[in-house]
Design a protein around this ligand. Structure first.
Ligand code: ZN
Length: 332
């Protein structure tokens, strides 16, 4: 392992000089490209199937989804955090202030860092949705089957890299959140009952709805909205931009990062509970569409090629945060 690392550093320095990448040595690309449209589609069709009953917090569908997510981790030998009894962080019913019929759970999996295990990157997506209204099932394919399938495939890619001797230097917690639709409860619970100290939590990358194309991008769909990336750490913004330039080449749209934007998306998904605690965040989002929060948000409407590209971009960014020399600097 050491030998390859040294070789890689040498080649990277060389390649920086010539501004060209040497084929065959770009380790992270090998794992990023294991996140495919086909794999994501298989997972997303499950999550957004009628069997999962719209995954409403505290109800049967959400429990089925929680088990599906935990089983995925188990199948791929991605373990719960060391010393943690199961994949489930149970949240008592009372925490939901009357918005859940029973207890609910975040699902957690963990890959320990090889050099700085105490520093933790948290990758999140909520897996709950709106449930049923009468006969109508709200399958929540984009919201947030897209983010959930992405987190699972990102976790699998990191685990495969680790199995090959290329595990991340810092630890990564994969946190599948419940209770988002009712009011960001899963992330509120996690940040008030963290499994790892928030002081050692280096960043949160949150994925919520990345599978569609909104009206503003109908003719130029190679995009993603980024929100929050420069609010606490300029370094995170720069890292994200450079990662995109090198690997993903998406159009990074910052429209919703504007404090004056009336949608206020920065405050509307789970990353906000991390940002409140001075943890740098990036919220990945592809925008709202005509099926947003409707029973018509179904798996057949997802653009799987784009979903894969966006999930890969999150993977590349996570790889950089987890492996770079220094911890991200908070400068705001
Ligand atoms: Zn939603």
């Amino acid at each position: 392992m050491k030998k390859i690392t040294t070789l890689l550093v040498g080649i990277i320095i060389l390649s920086c000089g010539t501004n060209q990448k040497v084929p065959g040595v770009d380790i992270q690309t090998k794992y990023a490209t294991s996140i495919t449209n086909t794999n994501l589609k298989t997972i997303l069709y499950q999550l957004a199937s009628d069997e999962f009953q719209g995954r409403k917090t505290g109800e049967d569908g959400q429990k089925i989804a929680a088990k599906y997510v935990a089983d995925f981790y188990k199948t791929h030998s991605i373990e719960p955090p060391a010393g943690y009894p199961t994949y489930f962080q149970v949240i008592p019913k009372d925490f939901f202030r009357g918005e859940s019929k029973g207890d609910s759970e975040n699902v957690v999996a963990f890959i320990e860092g090889s050099e700085k295990p105490e520093e933790v990157l948290v990758i999140t997506a909520h897996y709950d949705h709106l449930g049923k209204k009468g006969e109508k099932i709200f399958n929540g394919a984009d919201d947030n089957g897209s983010g959930t399938s992405a987190v699972l495939m990102i976790a699998k890619a990191f685990q495969t890299a680790k199995n090959d001797g290329f595990g991340p230097k810092r630890s990564i917690l994969f946190l599948n959140l419940t209770g988002e639709e009712e009011g960001l409860y899963g992330s509120e619970f996690y940040t008030s009952h963290p499994i790892f100290p928030l002081k050692q939590t280096v960043a949160n990358l949150n994925i919520d709805m990345i599978g569609r194309i909104d009206d503003a991008h109908k003719d130029k769909s190679n995009y993603i909205y980024l929100i929050g990336d420069d609010k606490l750490s300029n370094e995170l913004h720069t890292l994200s931009e450079e990662t995109n330039k090198t690997y993903s080449k998406l159009e990074l749209d910052y429209t919703y990062n504007d404090e004056k934007d009336p949608n206020r998306f920065y405050y509307r998904s789970d990353h906000y509970n991390f940002a409140k605690n001075k943890i740098p965040v990036i919220f990945y989002f592809s925008g709202v569409h005509e099926d947003y929060h409707k029973a018509t948000d179904t798996a057949d409407k997802i653009d799987y090629d784009l979903l894969a590209k966006r999930a890969q971009f999150v993977f590349y960014t996570a790889w950089e945060i987890a492996n770079r020399e220094g911890k991200l600097v908070l400068d705001k």
